[in-house]
Design a protein around this ligand. Structure first.
Ligand code: TXA
Ligand code: MG
Length: 317
């Protein structure tokens, strides 16, 4: 089914937030910046609005969504809070961390948000535009990354428009996202577990909890249903850990190398994360068959970068 709507461009000012809130309240879809990537928001209590997210993205229904809230108090109305949740939220919210907690039976959220799981992924974003929009709207906003399912995540309003123009009601333009990779997801359903490496390095979470937070690997689809292997895929093939260049390839570099584009010539992982999706989008437009990528150290934000790159390089469905 073809969806065709006029996609409004809204400014990141109070007039824009008021308009965006009205669209959300009417069951519409609004893309907005967070500090990680742009999200595609809908009122998380509205079944039809949430269903439209899946339709606009072409996202499988079994892949649940993250609910975005304006405060810790609001989060506590939807999930069974815990001592670990308290510690992590006090230390890292607002910020690039999503917590998975047991959902309250009468949360009022659409069951499509959780894909009928007994748990809910929830986060309080730090971006001033996201915060202003969430507090103007007042309700819970379900928001996956604002890209067609399986494609590169958006870090600018232009990326969102490229993938979703004509399928969503509005885009709030708040410039480019600083962190550049999605939030870290920590499961708190038993022992704390890293479900997705992301914008908050696991080492920092472990320091706050005073113990190891093991990385849940992809094998168990019931625990992390969205961690499908091929994702973030540009049209070109991707070759990882490239220390030389094969014929016909262009290089996405890291560190002191001769490259078409360099994630960080200085070898800074924070800079590399913030450039990652932007540079993949750019290289995707360069009409090449194959992109080689320099090795990236696998610690701190490098874990999130390598996770995204492995999925970008994975065999496509
Ligand atoms: O930074 C981010 O987290 C961005 C911005 C927009 O907030 N959002 C984002 O959403 O990355 P999305 O839909 O692209 O990724 C959500 C991930 C999926 O892998 C999904 O499977 C997982 O969260 N997830 C959602 N609910 C879950 C649950 N109850 N248990 C385990 N994983 C869950
Ligand atoms: Mg995504």
């Amino acid at each position: 089914q073809k969806i065709t709507v006029e996609t409004a461009r809204l400014k990141s000012d109070q007039t824009g937030y008021d308009r965006a809130s009205t669209i959300l309240a009417d069951g519409g879809l609004v893309a907005f910046p967070t500090e990680t990537v742009y999200g595609l928001g809908a009122d998380a209590r509205n079944d039809v609005a949430v269903a439209r997210i899946f339709e606009a993205k072409g996202r499988p229904r079994f892949n649940p969504l993250i609910v975005h809230v304006a405060s810790i108090a609001q989060a506590k109305t939807y999930v069974d809070w815990s001592e670990e949740a308290d510690r992590l939220a006090a230390a890292f919210w607002p910020g690039p961390l999503t917590l998975v907690l047991p959902i309250k039976p009468n949360s009022g959220l659409s069951p499509l948000v959780t894909a009928d799981l007994p748990s809910l992924a929830i986060r309080m974003p730090a971006h001033p535009v996201a915060r202003a929009l969430l507090s103007t709207f007042g309700g819970p906003v379900a928001a996956p990354s604002a890209n067609p399912s399986g494609k590169i995540s958006p870090t600018t309003a232009a990326h969102v428009a490229q993938g979703l123009d004509g399928r969503i009601e509005a885009i709030v333009d708040g410039g480019s996202c600083d962190v550049g990779v999605e939030s870290t997801i920590v499961g708190l359903l038993g022992e704390p577990m890293l479900l997705r490496p992301g914008g908050l390095p696991n080492e920092i979470i472990e320091a706050a909890l005073g113990g190891a937070v093991p990385h849940h690997q992809d094998a168990d689809p019931l625990i992390a249903p969205g961690q499908m292997t091929s994702h973030y895929a540009p049209s070109a093939q991707i070759r990882l850990n490239a220390t030389d260049l094969h014929s016909g390839e262009i290089l996405l570099g890291f560190g002191n190398v001769d490259a078409t584009l360099n994630l960080s010539a200085a070898g800074d992982l924070v800079e590399a994360a913030s450039n990652l999706f932007q540079m993949l989008h750019l290289m995707d437009k360069m009409d090449t068959k194959s992109i080689a990528i320099s090795p990236i150290p696998d610690h701190g934000l490098g874990r999130a970068i390598n996770d995204r790159l492995r999925r970008a390089a994975a065999p496509r469905p």
